[in-house]
Design a protein around this ligand. Structure first.
Ligand SMILES: NC(=O)c1ccc[n+]([C@@H]2O[C@H](COP(=O)([O-])OP(=O)(O)OC[C@H]3O[C@@H](n4cnc5c(N)ncnc54)[C@H](OP(=O)(O)O)[C@@H]3O)[C@@H](O)[C@H]2O)c1
Length: 415
């Protein structure tokens, strides 16, 4: 046989698990059509050159320096590096995440592989596990859960320019690319940022999702300015602790709600007006506010609309989602219709009062996260940590967050 290629010239096929793709399935046909003669092992195929373009299209990578003459060896490199991860096996409120052994993620050309040192825990994780986001974010079980990460880059895709191996990074990976409750995760370089130098990995993992939420609500949507008044509900929670500090940095007057045990905490973060929601009703106490960051129930939302001055903005992160959000997410028409109906009540009330209602579902954004890094490194924003759980206790960490009493953030530690 002419020009058999050496191992060096093997064409590497970065498939994971069983060879499922079109190229792999086509093997028996190649064998028939081209008379492929040798078959070393289930993972190494000898195939004629003429199929190379087809193979390349299916992500088979050939070494251009090699002289693939008539025949070329196609090596199916099945990635067998395994890692541990917490997986949603079925959508369920009662079923725990399962600690499983699974394949390490494939790194796309614009992605970095990050060894996870710590992962932040968010209520969004529970909501996704329970199936509450199925219509909008249709993850197909089994999938790895987790939305916040701090760790070290161990591999870079071919087009990555921002990071190199060994860099310490943190991120909220994009929707559909989540999975930080694992030893490794592959993240688009545009969704990551350098970890603030003055934070530990545990502290850094607590920041991305809540930091970006506060940033996108107060800066992007509300355009909060010096001298304005903002009401941030649940000031002692993950979002609240970050949002209070950001709003103070922007020069706003901050009112917040919390229970008696956390009053000192929110005051230490800069809150000007603190209302114990178990004792007092905030509605008669707050008037003519420019912005509300709403994170609680429907009743709180309605009352919050009434404390705004005309032209004021209410940004809700706890619902109801509106049509703009459905458009951004590219949901099917019937989901848009459902969300339109769900938000029609609050939209009408807002219109009557002459205020603006919008729903925010935060997005991954490495650029904004880099700006957050600067605020943290200059001491303007500090992480507020409640508890660090070992990785094996990820289910317990989720349950702790679900109980709704966290003071700041909860993190699971892999290292
Ligand atoms: N749409 C988005 O992009 C987005 C992003 C992030 C979060 N969220 C949502 O926003 C909500 C808050 O998230 P989070 O991470 O900040 O939650 P969290 O950290 O779990 O909040 C816990 C805190 O909330 C306080 N709290 C509970 N009930 C309260 C009430 N009625 N009034 C005032 N404070 C109350 C608790 O204080 P006490 O112990 O003193 O009661 C506790 O400190 C969740 O529903 C979450 O899913 C949405």
């Amino acid at each position: 046989m002419e020009g058999r290629n050496s191992e060096k010239c093997a064409i590497k096929y970065p498939a994971i698990g069983r060879p499922k793709t079109q190229a792999a399935k086509a093997y028996p046909n190649w064998q028939k059509a081209y008379g492929v003669r040798n078959f070393y092992s289930p993972r190494v195929w000898l195939a004629p050159r003429s199929i190379l373009p087809f193979a390349h299209k299916n992500k088979v990578v050939a070494n251009p320096e090699c002289n693939h003459s008539k025949f070329a060896t196609i090596k199916i490199k099945i990635n067998q590096i395994k890692m541990h991860a917490f997986i949603v096996k079925h959508y369920s409120k009662r079923e725990k995440l399962q600690l499983s052994e699974t394949a390490e993620p494939i790194v796309k050309e614009n992605e970095v592989l990050v060894q996870v040192y710590a992962a932040g825990v968010n209520l969004l994780d529970s909501k996704i596990r329970n199936g509450e986001f199925k219509l909008i974010l249709p993850y197909k079980p089994p999938f790895i859960l987790g939305h916040d990460v701090a760790g070290v880059v161990t591999k870079t895709g071919s087009s990555v320019s921002k990071f190199k191996v060994g860099d310490e990074v943190y991120a909220r990976p994009a929707d559909h690319r989540i999975g930080t409750f694992a030893e490794y995760i592959s993240i688009n370089e545009n969704d990551a940022a350098f970890k603030p130098k003055n934070l530990s990995m545990h502290e850094a993992a607590s920041i991305p999702l809540v930091g970006l939420t506060a940033w996108q609500a107060l800066i992007e949507k509300a355009n909060l300015k010096k001298g304005q008044k903002v009401f941030i509900q649940a000031g002692s929670g993950g979002v609240g602790t970050f949002a209070i500090q950001l709003a103070k940095h922007l020069g706003a007057t901050v009112a917040t709600t919390t229970s008696a045990t956390n009053i000192d905490l929110v005051k230490s973060l800069g809150a000007d007006i603190v209302i114990d929601y178990k004792q007092d009703d905030f509605e008669p106490m707050l008037k003519d506010y420019d912005v509300v960051l709403n994170s609680q129930d429907e009743k709180t939302l309605e009352k919050s609309l009434r404390i705004l001055k005309p032209g004021g903005k209410l940004i809700s992160i706890s619902g109801p989602p509106d049509v703009n959000f459905a458009n951004e997410m590219g949901t099917p028409w019937f989901v848009k219709l459902i969300l339109k109906v769900l938000s029609s009540g609050v939209r009408k009330k807002a219109k009557r009062l002459g205020v603006d209602y919008s729903f925010l579902f935060m997005k991954a954004d490495g650029e904004q996260l880099s700006q957050i890094t600067k605020l943290i490194e200059s001491g303007i924003i500090k992480p507020v940590m409640d508890k660090v759980f070992p990785f094996e206790q990820t289910n317990e960490a989720l349950a702790y967050v679900e109980a709704g009493r966290a003071k700041g953030k909860v993190v699971v530690a892999m290292k």
